[in-house]
Design a protein around this ligand. Structure first.
Ligand SMILES: Nc1ncnc2c1ncn2[C@@H]1O[C@H](COP(=O)(O)OP(=O)(O)OP(=O)(O)O)[C@@H](O)[C@H]1O
Ligand SMILES: [Mg+2]
Length: 285
């Protein structure tokens, strides 16, 4: 399912007043089945952009189109229930939203709310718990007795139980150890591939961008300043430098090697494997 932003401007209601604009004339199309990473400095508007994708923020001008639903100014938030089912949103630290007595009850809550019969919801809970790499025995436990990484997986499983067409993730690896983080992103990437789910990932980690994303959106001051294929973005050093954005570790190492040896490698390397192969081909290793 495609997501189209047309001239979207948005702000927040802060009590009786409005905040400054947090999205400014955003125009972009995220293709159906693509994996897009959203990067940018803190406060750039990444989370706000995600919220505009499932009706948590309604534009003050312009419109967001998701499949056959258009979110535009004046739209009643309640009328957007359909969108909430299609666009699964994993917030920053989603485990803070676990609430039920058991993992199973937590996972069944969303589907039951959308009218799925209990028996089916329970089957779904079992399926999604396996999808995120957890033992089904965990279903009878209290979510509060789990480790941080397990809680994060249960929270993601709860979103998958809704069978969304679009999966939106706000730093799903934040606060996890590097291995746990890699495992979660690998599971997400496999699901993306198998189910063809349009996937949008906010991250500060350029190695994750290089490993998982097809496309990259760079945000600055509520605006989309770059939207291009991942390799094109990391090839454009001058632009990244201007925006004070980092590059993947392997690319940084490549630049150092090129600087020291005076030899320019024939391709942009974004992973350690790519860099090793290219160095061998160039006779430098
Ligand atoms: N609930 C809110 N009410 C008012 N202003 C908000 C609210 N949430 C965010 N903002 C403002 O919107 C702007 C963009 O914030 P947003 O959370 O989208 O940034 P971000 O790119 O996700 O940052 P980070 O990398 O720190 O998560 C900031 O200036 C922020 O202060
Ligand atoms: Mg954010």
């Amino acid at each position: 399912m495609e997501i189209i932003f047309k001239d979207v401007t948005a702000d927040y209601e802060v009590g009786p007043i409005r905040s400054p604009l947090v999205l400014q004339s955003v125009n972009m199309t995220l293709k159906s089945g693509s994996f897009t990473a959203i990067i940018g400095h803190t406060g750039a508007g990444k989370s706000s952009l995600l919220k505009a994708m499932n009706g948590l923020i309604i534009p003050t001008a312009g419109e967001v189109t998701i499949g056959d639903v258009v979110i535009q100014p004046g739209k009643n938030k309640r009328s957007l229930k359909k969108i909430r089912k299609r666009v699964g949103m994993v917030f920053q630290f989603p485990e803070s939203q676990l609430f039920a007595e058991t993992v199973e009850k937590d996972l069944c809550f969303g589907p039951l709310n959308f009218g799925v019969p209990l028996k089916e919801a329970k089957e779904m809970a079992r399926n999604v718990i396996e999808l995120v790499g957890l033992d089904p025995q965990i279903l009878t436990k209290s979510p509060f007795s789990l480790s941080g990484g397990q809680k994060r997986r249960v929270a993601i499983a709860g979103i998958l139980a809704m069978e969304p067409d679009i999966l939106v993730l706000d730093e799903p690896g934040a606060g996890l150890d590097p291995r746990g983080k890699k495992e979660i992103l690998t599971i997400i990437s496999e699901l993306h591939r198998k189910r063809g789910m349009t996937t949008i990932l906010v991250t500060h980690d350029m190695d994750d961008v290089a490993l998982f994303a097809d496309d990259v959106v760079v945000m600055e001051n509520g605006k989309v300043v770059i939207h291009d294929q991942m390799r094109e973005v990391f090839a454009n050093l001058a632009l990244l430098d201007k925006l004070h954005l980092d590059v993947p570790e392997a690319r940084r190492l490549q630049l150092k090697i090129e600087h020291r040896t005076g030899i320019q490698l024939p391709q942009v390397c974004l992973t350690v494997e790519e860099l090793a192969d290219t160095l061998i081909e160039a006779g430098l290793a």
